[in-house]
Design a protein around this ligand. Structure first.
Ligand code: HEC
Length: 102
């Protein structure tokens, strides 16, 4: 139990540090996001220019939408289901990738 709490708070600290370090520019890793984006291509296009376009939207906006889908604050059956499987890092990477597409 104690060990788990320690690991949790350590990873939380690491997350905070990662956030602080990358605050100057994109929080997510666009290259990593590219690899994770294959599951989004059917609806959003591999480059974010599909039926529901994501390309060029603000990274912070995209991340916020993904978090809202995951929490259920924004309702869309497909996105609610898909985001359940995504970690915070996945969502940050995906947001960075799609925001970087012009
Ligand atoms: C089966 C189709 C489908 C797949 C696959 C899918 N999406 Fe979506 N996504 C949608 C639809 C439909 C909407 C629009 C929802 C609405 O109108 O509220 C949406 C909306 C979004 C939005 C909000 C866009 C905006 O302008 O507000 C983001 C961000 C997003 N999706 C990211 C992703 C990511 C990242 C993936 C891959 C992990 C993904 N989606 C996979 C169908 C899909």
């Amino acid at each position: 139990m104690n060990k788990q709490i320690k690991i949790l708070s350590l990873s939380f600290a690491a997350l905070m540090m990662a956030g602080a370090l990358s605050a100057a520019h994109a929080a997510g890793d666009a290259a990593a996001g590219h690899e994770k984006a294959s599951g989004c291509a059917n609806c959003h296009g591999a480059d974010g220019k599909g039926r529901v376009p994501l390309a060029g939207k603000k990274e912070a906006y995209l991340l916020e939408q993904l978090q809202a889908f995951k929490s259920g604050a924004r309702q869309e059956a497909m996105m609610n289901m898909l985001t359940k499987k995504l970690s915070d890092a996945d969502m940050a990477d995906l947001a960075a990738y799609f925001a970087a597409q012009k």
